[in-house]
Design a protein around this ligand. Structure first.
Ligand code: AMP
Length: 430
């Protein structure tokens, strides 16, 4: 299928796609939508950024819009499950975009906020419920959701849901599903545990595999900078300020780290906001909106935000800390290079993070640092010399976007001595 017009989507959906300026289906859409429109179950292996939201949302909207307009209170006709509130909110936004002109109501159900409004929208009757598993189960147990009339089930980012420990909740939800429904199942990876789950839910699914050979989106220019902790902030400021239109997502390993980086950026005159699991839903949404509306230039996040967030034109992703799980790396850098645009992903790698870098390179099946090993400066390195070395390395990095080989090849004892010398010379090494 070359265009959406060749698909048998109802006219209002095709019009909404034209308004959104979608002309050509992405590969996952081209392969999935025609089959899903026939009522077939789908097992899709795809990452975010491939257009998978529309791949399931369009058939769901089409199917429901062709059915009876009436929906009973608390009895949705479609359920879309997602791992995080951010992703659920985003999916619902996509439903609004693609479903303009359709008389379908949605309810958004997620934890961390009062259930009052959610219960009210379920009671008014929602054709589609977009939910995270925990709160949905909670509301099911309270009698606010009855899945016995469900026609379509969509599971998005199943691997992430299992990583987050949602399997028991999911199993309880699945036990309430009627036979004969259509199921659309999407996951970025398909280990045996997930295949098993898919086998128990899907009937004769069409399998679509969009994951490229290397799981990274090819449009993203991936760079590694060998930089120690004390130098990371300066490097980050340099990246943010290297272009006036730079919009940067920064990933840290800890929530404290995210707060601290955002605060330090602000102190350096760069507008920044932090988003992580300890923030209230309201604060998270506020930070996201500020970033989306260009009120802040940098969004600092922990991995809770690394999936699902779809903010256009993120020019750079910076891995301030390397993730210990290589899959996280792929999801983080997928925040840039969205929808056909180019993106740059810069990973800061300190001496202590070499192992993580190697694990990521093994996972990707290629070297990110060009196989480069930072040169070992001589043991006599003085603080001054260390500084000169860094400056030279910085210059090289900017030319070829690779590592800035500094002090990590010191053995630990020499490194300590070097740190001490730098401290004497007034440098922070923390
Ligand atoms: P997703 O993988 O669903 O998160 O989508 C990634 C981005 O691609 C989103 O910004 C979508 O709005 C955009 N997108 C999805 N499908 C298309 C399409 N066929 N044409 C243009 N943009 C698209």
């Amino acid at each position: 299928m070359k265009t959406f017009d060749e698909m048998e989507l109802i006219a209002p959906v095709r019009r909404a796609l034209a308004v959104a300026k979608y002309t050509t289906p992405t590969p996952i859409q081209a392969q999935t939508i025609p089959q899903a429109l026939q009522g077939r179950d789908i097992l899709g292996v795809a990452q975010t950024g491939t257009g998978k939201t529309a791949a399931f949302a369009l058939p769901v909207l089409d199917r429901l819009a062709r059915g009876p307009a009436k929906v009973e209170r608390n009895r949705p006709r479609a359920l879309i499950l997602a791992p995080t509130r951010e992703l659920a909110i985003q999916i619902e936004r996509s439903l609004v975009t693609y479903g303009k002109g359709l008389r379908l109501r949605h309810a958004l159900v997620y934890g961390g906020v009062s259930q009052f409004k959610q219960v009210r929208s379920l009671e008014r009757g929602a054709h589609i419920v977009v939910a995270t598993p925990g709160r949905l189960l909670d509301l099911m147990n309270q009698g606010h959701v009855d899945l016995s009339h469900l026609e379509v089930l969509v599971l998005d980012e199943v691997d992430r849901m299992l990583d987050m420990g949602f399997l028991p909740d999911l199993q309880r939800i699945f036990s309430q599903l009627p036979q004969g429904r259509q199921s659309l199942f999407f996951s970025a990876t398909l280990p045996s545990k997930i295949l098993e789950l898919a086998g128990s839910l899907l009937s004769d699914p069409m399998r679509v595999n969009i994951a490229p050979q290397s799981p990274c989106v090819e449009r993203i220019d991936q760079q590694v900078m060998f930089v120690e902790r004390g130098e990371k902030l300066r490097k980050l400021c340099h990246i943010v300020q290297s272009g006036p239109a730079n919009r940067v997502m920064v990933f840290t390993r800890t929530k404290r780290g995210a707060n601290s980086v955002a605060e330090q950026l602000e102190r350096n005159g760069i507008r920044a906001a932090a988003i992580h699991g300890d923030k209230s839903q309201h604060a998270r949404q506020k930070a996201l909106n500020a970033f989306e509306r260009h009120r802040v230039q940098v969004l600092v996040a922990t991995d809770v935000a690394s999936r699902g967030i779809d903010i256009g034109d993120v020019s750079h992703v910076v891995n301030y800390d390397l993730p210990s799980d290589p899959e996280c790396y792929v999801h983080r850098i997928g925040r840039t290079g969205r929808a056909g645009s180019e993106g740059i992903a810069v990973s800061f790698c300190s001496h202590a993070e070499r192992r993580e870098l190697h694990a990521i390179e093994r996972f990707l099946g290629r070297s990110l640092s060009g196989g480069e090993v930072p040169p070992a400066p001589s043991a006599r390195a003085s603080a001054k010399r260390g500084r000169r070395h860094l400056a030279g390395a910085r210059h090289r990095t900017e030319g070829r976007h690779a590592g800035d080989g500094d002090k990590h090849s010191y053995p630990p004892r020499r490194k300590r001595r070097f740190r001490k010398q730098r401290r004497h010379a007034g440098h922070s090494t923390s």
